[in-house]
Design a protein around this ligand. Structure first.
Ligand code: GLC
Length: 534
């Protein structure tokens, strides 16, 4: 009797996903802001790059107070970006180009312009309209002290008062009121929103602030008085085991209901933004029947240090493996400093060498990986802004004390010798964030013509990753090497990442498949990486 062949592994277990930050990817209509049609025009670039899927940051109707993470209508596209019909067309065209499409779902909050929040403001305290959000009376004799001591991630109190005296909760900007996930109506609404997009063919969702939806009953104080007050009330990643608004156990029943819904739509997947401290905690989000994946923030935030990276890789492979989920790897996103700058230690050339080596490390590991747009070009964090040019609410709300995230969000340089480098067509409005003139040296067009460029490196690595049995599988085993070298086998292939200051000789007879810097005399140079066949 012959056995039926085993079904192919789900696509998301090994997918490389390219993050399209829509505002800054490509502008087709010339308003200086990226759009749906711009993505459509650049699908051939993405298919040729060799990624499996794209994740598109929020494109929904939004006043854009937080770059689209303030959603006014989850079922429509912001006119800034295009139309719903255009988005449907893009999903179809991406599929024809062999690319899956992941969209953002933003369940923790809506925009203050959302119909629900407007209705809540118009309704009385205690009404069903207010019960979709977290409205509370204040403390103190006149109720003029916020209901508790929670702080906004973007700075300042997490509460804003409305004219009738009640307060509402916003873990982010005041224009992003938090929903009350203990209200069944909220749960139903999001199942319906997910289904709306699944019916339009999306292949998955990136879940914004997935660890924040559930708040502890009674909204107890966090107790900040125990912490030194000061500028760090702006960034608040304060993860305890029983935090009143992060990582609550009740989150998981929400995600189980989402997984059950997605299972009715083929192989649709969820990847969670849930920054919850040590990697062991991430496993709870990817248990069988829950989400498929989570962004690996411990890896993303690791310094360029062999011991630190080895430890996070080891723990990730172990922890995700035990949960039956594929490991996840990511080196950048629209919230964090560009990888080429993070690893530079003040020397941009060193930063680029390390970013290239890090790309081969990430893409050489088993499981799924996320490439943030522009990292395939090796571009750096942009720091040239005047205060008036900055757009991030973190900068604005902190009175300039915190630089914010504009530096990693600058529109991509596609071709030509001067801004906007064909991000926009000729005669267009200036890009919404100013591009450096020096980007003429790193446009996609220039890098395509240069086999040694960072773009060519990504294209080669992604081609090898797809074609080679070793990288297609999920096998992973460390190979003996000096402490400053990350050296591991992927089935019949191997990866060596040299973080030391001496060349690392590859085994005799090694056949190099791709290298971030030309191996000299069979050795991987410092701050470089190579994939090879032993
Ligand atoms: C996530 C997004 C970030 C946004 C925040 C609030 O962290 O990645 O860009 O500001 O959520 O929605």
């Amino acid at each position: 009797m012959t056995r039926a062949p085993s079904p192919p592994a789900s696509w998301w277990r090994t997918a490389v996903v390219y993050q399209v930050y829509i505002r800054s990817f490509a502008d087709a209509d010339g308003d200086g802001m990226g759009d749906v049609a711009g993505i459509g025009a650049r699908l051939p670039y993405l298919a040729d790059l060799g990624v499996d899927a794209i994740w598109i940051n929020p494109w929904y109707r939004s006043p854009q107070v937080d770059a689209g993470y303030d959603v006014a209508d989850f079922r429509d596209i912001d006119p800034l970006f295009g139309t719903l019909a255009g988005a449907e067309g893009l999903i179809r065209d991406a599929h024809l180009a062999g690319l899956r499409v992941i969209v953002d779902v933003v369940p923790n909050h809506t925009s203050s312009e959302h119909a629900w929040f407007r209705a809540a403001l118009a309704a009385a305290p205690g009404s069903p309209e207010r019960a979709r959000y977290l409205f509370r009376d204040g403390r103190g004799p006149g109720g003029d002290v916020p209901p508790n001591d929670w702080r906004s991630v973007f700075g300042g109190p997490a509460w804003t008062r409305v004219p009738d005296g009640q307060w509402y909760l916003h873990l982010f900007a005041p224009e992003q009121p938090d929903l009350d996930w203990s209200n069944p109506e909220v749960r139903e609404e999001f199942l319906s929103v997910l289904e709306f997009w699944l019916r339009r063919g999306v292949d998955g969702f990136r879940v914004d602030v997935a660890h924040g939806l559930i708040k502890a009953p009674g909204l107890p104080d966090i107790g900040y008085h125990a912490l030194p007050l000061g500028p760090h009330d702006v960034a608040l990643p304060w993860h305890s085991d029983d935090h009143p608004h992060w990582n609550r156990a009740e989150l998981h029943e929400v995600f189980r209901s989402w997984r059950a819904l997605a299972a009715r739509y083929g192989d649709a997947m969820f990847v969670a933004e849930a920054e919850v401290g040590p990697i062991e905690r991430y496993a709870d989000y990817v248990r069988p029947g829950e989400l498929h994946s989570t962004f690996n923030f411990p890896f993303l935030k690791s310094p360029w240090d062999a011991a630190a990276l080895r430890e996070v890789i080891d723990r990730t492979v172990r922890v995700y493996g035990a949960a039956g989920a594929p490991p996840n790897w990511v080196l950048g996103n629209h919230d964090l400093t560009r990888v080429a700058t993070r690893f530079a230690d003040g020397d941009p050339a060193r930063g680029l060498r390390r970013a290239r080596a890090a790309a081969l490390l990430m893409l050489g590991l088993p499981g799924g990986a996320y490439v943030y747009q522009g990292d395939e070009l090796g571009i750096e964090e942009v720091v040239h802004f005047t205060p008036g040019e900055r757009q991030d609410p973190i900068f604005l709300r902190s009175g300039g004390a915190v630089t914010g995230r504009d530096g990693c969000r600058v529109p991509l340089p596609w071709s030509g010798d001067e801004p906007p480098f064909w991000f926009s067509p000729p005669g267009a409005a200036a890009p919404w964030l100013r591009q450096p003139a020096s980007w003429r040296a790193v446009t996609a067009e220039r890098q395509l013509a240069d086999p040694g460029s960072t773009l060519s490196l990504h294209r080669t690595a992604l081609r090898v990753r797809r074609a080679h049995d070793g990288f297609r599988g999920e096998g992973f085993a460390w190979i003996d090497a000096p402490g400053e070298v990350l050296h591991f086998a992927r089935g019949s292939a191997a990866v060596a990442v040299n973080l030391s200051d001496r060349p690392f000789p590859l085994p005799r007879g090694a056949r190099v498949l791709v290298a971030s810097a030309e191996p000299a005399g069979g050795a991987v140079p410092p701050d470089a990486a190579a994939w090879y066949e032993p």
